[in-house]
Design a protein around this ligand. Sequence first.
Ligand SMILES: CC(C)(COP(=O)([O-])OP(=O)([O-])OC[C@H]1O[C@@H](n2cnc3c(N)ncnc32)[C@H](O)[C@@H]1OP(=O)([O-])[O-])[C@@H](O)C(=O)NCCC(=O)NCCSC(=O)C[C@@](C)(O)CC(=O)[O-]
Ligand SMILES: NC(=O)C1=CN([C@@H]2O[C@H](COP(=O)(O)OP(=O)(O)OC[C@H]3O[C@@H](n4cnc5c(N)ncnc54)[C@H](OP(=O)(O)O)[C@@H]3O)[C@@H](O)[C@H]2O)C=CC1
Length: 427
Amino acid sequence: MTHQTNSRIEALRDMAPEARLDRVADAAGLSLHDKLALAGQGALPLDLANGMIENVVGLFDMPLGVAANFTVNGKDYLVPMAVEEPSVVAAASYMARLARPYGGFQASSTLPLMRAQVQVLGVADPEGARHRLLAAADELMALANSRDKVLVGLGGGCKDIEVHLFRDTPVGPMVVLHLIVDVRDAMGANTVNTMAELIAPKVEQIASGTVRLRILSNLADRRLTRARVELPAEALSLDGLNGADVARGVVEACALAIVDPYRAATHNKGIMNGIDPVVIATGNDWRAIEAGAHAFAARDGRYTALTRWEIGAGGALVGTIELPLALGLVGGATRTHPAAQAALKLLNVETANELCQVVASVGLAQNLAALRALATDGIQKGHMKLHARNIAILAGATGPDIDRVAREIVAQGDISVDTAKAVLSGA
Ligand SMILES: CC(C)(COP(=O)([O-])OP(=O)([O-])OC[C@H]1O[C@@H](n2cnc3c(N)ncnc32)[C@H](O)[C@@H]1OP(=O)([O-])[O-])[C@@H](O)C(=O)NCCC(=O)NCCSC(=O)C[C@@](C)(O)CC(=O)[O-]
Ligand SMILES: NC(=O)C1=CN([C@@H]2O[C@H](COP(=O)(O)OP(=O)(O)OC[C@H]3O[C@@H](n4cnc5c(N)ncnc54)[C@H](OP(=O)(O)O)[C@@H]3O)[C@@H](O)[C@H]2O)C=CC1
């Protein structure tokens, strides 16, 4: 039987990192080996790192936190997050805690379909080439599927072909063939690139042109994940605030992001605050996720918000997110980096789509945390309270002094390095 995680761990925030790791590993049923990998202890040996990229000189450490309280589609998740910014893990955990009594997050995904583009130049009859390529679709798909027996055996492989025409480009007309490939549990870049290169000579011959680019598109608009959360207004009645007012404030904050690209960029940055850390912790390609998310946000020609917040029946706050997520459980660093492997075991996801659904839910939770703070106290109160520990470190605090100095500067209401130095020196 697969392990059932309970993502609600009381007082997780108050534990020392070692005790926290013990509790998290127990809750997720992790082995000692995976526990050590999450702790970063020898997780990535230098010779392994040297095999991953070029000109390696060392390793670069980042804090790995665990967001608690997540329930997605009725299953609990402890979510690994590799991130340098304070308040991100706390904010995600907080919103997941609020959503938990109301069923948490509901999420779904399309099939994991990626696109590869084959660019053909110098075609005399672009319309004719389009027809010839579409007529040869079965032959082209069979050729694309002829090498990757494993993927095809798993039910994946090339499933469709599209042909896009650009009549007016700086270098004349262009025919661009798209391979639509079900990449199953892979991110899929290498998979679809290999297919695009394989079919290129045949495409060249059929289109009577010259093939240049053969590469995936990071605008993975046929690989979408959606998540939804619904909170009754009373769930938002915190610190004496009226829940209905908070819900309205969240909707109004989102409205600006929908119409104004200046706000949308920050709104979406807040969403990526939740998404990127999970992508990084699981060894996935965060540049691909970023590129896909922002291209999707601008797909109608105007950059807009990736989430929507509405007041639903009975005054409930309803939040939704939809974005392309090309995440894998195989391929890239997901299988080579021991800490990424341990992070995936902590998450206890069985398919890439399940991972995408958790990641989209974390993005939605993160957005709610930011909008709730912005619509009420402002971002600085909660964020700076947690940033105070960084300020204490900057002021020279070490060990137990970090928390002591941070508590004191928060209490004094002056979260600055000067005040932290004064507290540290006992002035
Ligand atoms: C920061 C909080 C959560 C504090 O909020 P609070 O009211 O002080 O929290 P609390 O002490 O009442 O705790 C509530 C829960 O939050 C979590 N929590 C709380 N503190 C901790 C902690 N130390 N360590 C771990 N977990 C913590 C934890 O789950 C806890 O429940 P518990 O499990 O204890 O019963 C809140 O003010 C908040 O959500 N603020 C928003 C923070 C945020 O969005 N940060 C992102 C960085 S800002 C940015 O880059 C993006 C932005 C904002 O520009 C995007 C945009 O504009 O849209
Ligand atoms: N623009 C971009 O975003 C680009 C990204 N990349 C990089 O590409 C890498 C990801 O490529 P990706 O194709 O995912 O990696 P891989 O090629 O390493 O993995 C995919 C392969 O794994 C095998 N496989 C085994 N089990 C499964 C399964 N359950 N589901 C799917 N495939 C399975 C299949 O092939 P087999 O038959 O061989 O077993 C499949 O082709 C990342 O490192 C990314 O950074 C590269 C180029 C461009």
